[in-house]
Structure formats: structure tokens, C-alpha cells
Write a protein that binds this ligand. Structure first.
Ligand code: ADP
Ligand code: MG
Length: 385
């Protein structure tokens, strides 16, 4: 334990708060770390109001103003604090029993290997506000320390995927389908140092933009993939999308709205705007599924059939699941993460609690092989109420 925590034991209840690139809202998990184990006590989803989601997307664009980002930082921090309080209420455990909170915040911009050779990333959601509302210590802003160590700052999830899902006998892939899709490769019997993982490209991000576009704003996503299930893959659009150079780049790699956001989507509409809604959505689902499956087989080279564990909101989209099953065809089988004990939408929140726990106990939170960092790093900054 580092000198500043001498005499302190960080051992029991912690909360993790996560909002990803989909900007759908805050996933929260109350985790019991007694005896060094990870036991999920209660989870809670706190949606973003539609207006806030819109503002987050506006702030994420190159023309997002400093005024907007500055205000959203505090607004989102307050909402994260409320989400933590609501989670505790649901769990019937008072906030005073919670030792710490790990908060991811909301990504506004993620630019690994950006302009002038600079890697940078920006998550907002003021941790001092969360600390003030909850009375808890808050560890936040996990990604910059990995970037300072030479990494992409992402993905961070493979650490949690390893702890929750690695297996002695089975070859396993954990596929998190958020706005962006990322995979963790867990070879049978792998140790933490052998874990690899990377972003594979878009998952829900383009699907959500398409759902919003075709419904003229009435729908923000294709619930359960119902519309896509009625469609068929448009071959030309599929070939066009699959040619994206990101899919061929070797890991470590990570991506975000900067590459697969509105500019890319509008480009697609310019060429394929006449494709009907169900086919458009189905094609995007096929692209998300194929690009992930192809990259796993190209870069990870499983030796035998893999258990393909799906999580993230995209795991509820049956068109995505059907496409993954079709592409795996005999090379693997799909399992919902909940079947192994962890709810699809909860895993990244558990990760945030685990990262905060590690930071407060002086342990590193990044996996250099995954992020491309030159060394391990203790992640995050601490806000004290
Ligand atoms: N029932 C559902 N059917 C289809 N898609 C869903 C469903 N629930 C969530 N999603 C998708 O998952 C997204 C949120 O997933 P999440 O894992 O929170 O991603 P992120 O980490 O990017 O916020 C939503 O924007 C939506 O596209
Ligand atoms: Mg989300």
C-alpha cells in the first residue's frame, strides 16, 4: 500500500459509474470487494434525458464550444452523483457505507495518435460534484495516465473481462458492444500478462444514428433489433463498409465517434441513402459482427471453438447476435454474459469500481499489451468531499 494510505484499508463496498460513447445514460454497480473478491450487490441504470444526450453529441464534435463542455462537465457530474445515490437507495445500503466511487465520466473526445503526433482523450463529469453529492471519495479520469505512459488510453475493459470470465479449459472471447465494439481475447488458461484486446470498430454507434435518422428522431435505437431482423444485407453497402482501413490495422488500437461518428454516417447516407431502413440497419449489424469476428480470427488465432461471450447494450440486439452466430459458423458459440453471472449492461460499471479499488490500493489498472502503453500505470485522480 502506498504511503498516503498507510493505516487505511480499502476493502468493502465500492461503486462503479460508467457512461460510454452511446451516451444512453449511466450504468452503475455497487460492488462488494470483501476478501479481495468481486461480488456485484446491485446495479442501476440512470438514463440521460434526450436533451443531454443531444448536447453530449454536440460537445463531441469539432465545433463543440468551450462554454458547452464546461457546463456539461458539472451537469454530468451532478447526474453521476444522483445515479450513485439512486443505486444505494435501490440496494438499501447507505452511502456512508460506501468507501469509494470509480467514475468513468462521459467521453467527449478520444484521439489516440491524433494531430501533431499527440494522443489525447477527454472524459467529463466533474468528480468533485460526485464527491460533494455522495460524501464518498471519487476516483475518476482513468484514461490519461495510460496515455501518459504511451498507450491509447483504451480499452480498459479487458482487465475486468479477465477477472470475471477467464477459464482454464475454454478459449473465450468477450465481445462488448457499446457505441464502439471491443473484444478481449482469453486463451484457455491465460494469465493476466497474456490477455489481449482491442477496439474492433463500430457496434451501436452507427445503428443508433441510422435508427434516429430513419425515424426522424422518434427512435433513438432499434429496440431488440426488431427492424433490422426484417431486413437483408445490402451487398454493395456491406462491401463498402468492410473496406474501412481501421478493420485491417493491427492492434493495439482504439477508436470512437471521431472515426465512426456523424461525418462517417453522413458519408454513408450520401452513397446508400436509398437503401431502405431495415436493410440499412441489417447491413450495419452485419458489418459490426463480421468486422469483430474477422479480426478475432485474424489477430488472435484461436486454436479451437471459442465461447463468444457478448455484453454491452448491443447484446440485446438480436440482429447483431444472429449475424455473429452466422459468422462464427462452427468456429464458436455465443453466450450472454448474464448466463455466466454478470448482466450485459453492468460489466463496465463493475470495471470502474474495480479500477478505483486498484488505484486506492496502489495497483496498476492498465494492461500495456492491450493499450500499447510502455509500462503499467496507476490510473485516475482522487476527489475528496
Ligand atoms: N434492448 C435493446 N435492443 C437493441 N439495442 C439496445 C438495447 N438496449 C441497449 N441497446 C443499445 O445499446 C446501446 C447502449 O449500450 P452501452 O453498452 O451502454 O454502450 P456505451 O458503453 O457506448 O454507452 C444503446 O445506445 C442501444 O444502441
Ligand atoms: Mg451506455
Amino acid at each position: 500500500m502506498p504511503w498516503y494510505f498507510k493505516g487505511m484499508t480499502i476493502s468493502r463496498f465500492g461503486i462503479g459509474l460508467m457512461s460510454g460513447t452511446s451516451g444512453d445514460g449511466i450504468d452503475g454497480a455497487l460492488v462488494d470487494f470483501a476478501d479481495g473478491k468481486v461480488r456485484v450487490v446491485t446495479t442501476h441504470f440512470h438514463p440521460y434525458p434526450a436533451k443531454l444526450r443531444e448536447e453530449v453529441f454536440l460537445a463531441s464534435r469539432t465545433d463543440g464550444s468551450a462554454e458547452l463542455i464546461c457546463r456539461l462537465n458539472v451537469e454530468i457530474g451532478k447526474l453521476f452523483g444522483k445515479a450513485a445515490a439512486a443505486l444505494c437507495k435501490k440496494a438499501k445500503i447507505p452511502l456512508t457505507q460506501v468507501e469509494f466511487i470509480g467514475s468513468h465520466g462521459q467521453t467527449i473526445r478520444h484521439q489516440p495518435n491524433g494531430k501533431n503526433g499527440i494522443s489525447s482523450t477527454l472524459q467529463i463529469g466533474e468528480a468533485a460534484e460526485i464527491a460533494a453529492i455522495t460524501g464518498c471519495w471519487v476516483v475518476s479520469d482513468f484514461r490519461p495516465a495510460d496515455i501518459a505512459a504511451g498507450g491509447c488510453g483504451a480499452p480498459l475493459a479487458p482487465l475486468a473481462h479477465y477477472v470475471l470470465f477467464s477459464d482454464k479449459n475454454e478459449e473465450r472471447v468477450v465481445h462488448n458492444m457499446g457505441g464502439i465494439s471491443n473484444i478481449t481475447w482469453l486463451r484457455a488458461g491465460v494469465g493476466i500478462e497474456g490477455v489481449t484486446g482491442f477496439d474492433t470498430g463500430p457496434a451501436n454507434m452507427l445503428l443508433d444514428m441510422a435508427a434516429t435518422h430513419f425515424s426522424k428522431g422518434k427512435r433513438s435505437y432499434d429496440k431488440n433489433g426488431d427492424i433490422a431482423l426484417k431486413g437483408a444485407v445490402d451487398k454493395k453497402m456491406y462491401v463498402h463498409c468492410m473496406a474501412h482501413p481501421f478493420f485491417k490495422r493491427k492492434p493495439p488500437k482504439s477508436t470512437g465517434r471521431e472515426i465512426f461518428g456523424p461525418a462517417y454516417f453522413n458519408g454513408l447516407l450520401n452513397i446508400f441513402g436509398a437503401v431502405k431502413e431495415a436493410d440499412f440497419l441489417r447491413t450495419l449489424a452485419a458489418v459490426a459482427a463480421s468486422s469483430a469476428v474477422n479480426q478475432v480470427f485474424a489477430f488472435c488465432k484461436p486454436k479451437r471453438a471459442v465461447r463468444w461471450i457478448v455484453c454491452g447494450g448491443g447484446a440485446f440486439n438480436h440482429a447483431l447476435l444472429d449475424e455473429i452466430r452466422a459468422r462464427l459458423a462452427g468456429r464458436g458459440f455465443v453466450t450472454m454474459s448474464a448466463e455466466l453471472g454478470y448482466g450485459e449492461k453492468d460489466i463496465e460499471a463493475v470495471l470502474m469500481a474495480a479500477l478505483a479499488y486498484r488505484t486506492l490500493n496502489g495497483m496498476h489498472g492498465n494492461l500495456p499489451k492491450v493499450t500499447g502503453a510502455k509500462r503499467t500505470a496507476i490510473l485516475g485522480k482522487i476527489s475528496i468531499p
